[in-house]
Design a binder for this molecule. Sequence first.
Ligand code: SAM
Length: 348
Amino acid sequence: MGRKKNQTAHPKTKTDASLLAGAATYEVGMPRKRFYRQRAHANPLSIHHLEYPPSPEQMDWSTHFPTYFAPPPSEGEGSPSLKGKKVEFADVGCGFGGLSISLAPLFPDTLMLGLEIRVQVTQYVSDKIRALRLNPGSVDPDNADDVAAAAADAAGQPVAKRQKVEASEDSASGKLAPVRGIKPELMPPEGYAYGNVSVLRANAMKFLPNFFEKGQLSKIFFLFPDPHFKQRKHKARIISPTLLAEYAYVLRPGGLLYTITDVPDLHQWMTGHIGAFPLFHRLTEDEIDNLGLEGGEGVEGQSGSELQRVRERAVMEAVKRRTEEGKKVERNQGGKEWSVWRRLPDPE
Ligand SMILES: C[S@@+](CC[C@H](N)C(=O)[O-])C[C@H]1O[C@@H](n2cnc3c(N)ncnc32)[C@H](O)[C@@H]1O
């Protein structure tokens, strides 16, 4: 895709720095969606003014993950990593951030990033993460069961009313809600405060390799992407043969690509294109169920274990049920179709 005149490479993503820097000074509570009104759709092909780093090494991650990165030593340089970590999970078109925010406590040592093109929606996610960092026990007033839900999923439990109450009681103490019956190993460590999750305003159809190195990501999610129904709009779909080459580039061999949608035609489109791409292998439902046992990518601690399998199952639950679109489809009793793909090694 050609670079347009008014698309400039900037050493730092100032827009996003200001997004993250803004809210806390005056807003410490959980944000409400109704104050972040935004058009239902943004046209990814007509947004050209976003800033991006010239290369992943020059990206300033310190505003996104201040506990993991120091500020860049000087203009044009990247942020030094403090703990040797890089972003590993990317939630492309994250919307209101339900996936990353629910996965973050389950993978407390994995950095995850939502990419979202709409300004207000990005700001909402940014404000929500900020509120959670200030008070990890905060309960989303729009989704009171969020905090407990991902962990409950991991334990294979329904989110009972009781857990919602526990979450709100705990929010006063600023701690993550303990969930009954949850394996203690799955709860994040004491003092966990959402430092491993952030959101970036970006057009994921452009310049992804400017943010992520080759093979940096272990998981990439495309959850309920905009369907762009009309044929002449299909070029705006987030899965396409050209873009798959970029996704394969940033995803490491062994890494996983997830899709889910409630639009059958879009499911066919996505699985058709990904299936035709030589670097992706589709997992069967059994293989999805056993993810983690063989020591899959993106799981903290690389060796296979029952615990990792439980974590991977929690990921699938979050894919199906923890995003705002997923919840909406569930409320409307709509059908969902998903697919999971393993990135194959590069050919010799
Ligand atoms: C239907 S919503 C789904 C949001 C979320 N994944 C969920 O499941 O709730 C699709 C989101 O993708 C965002 N989006 C569309 N094209 C994008 C692009 N090129 N880059 C980043 N975000 C994009 C839209 O703004 C919208 O928030």
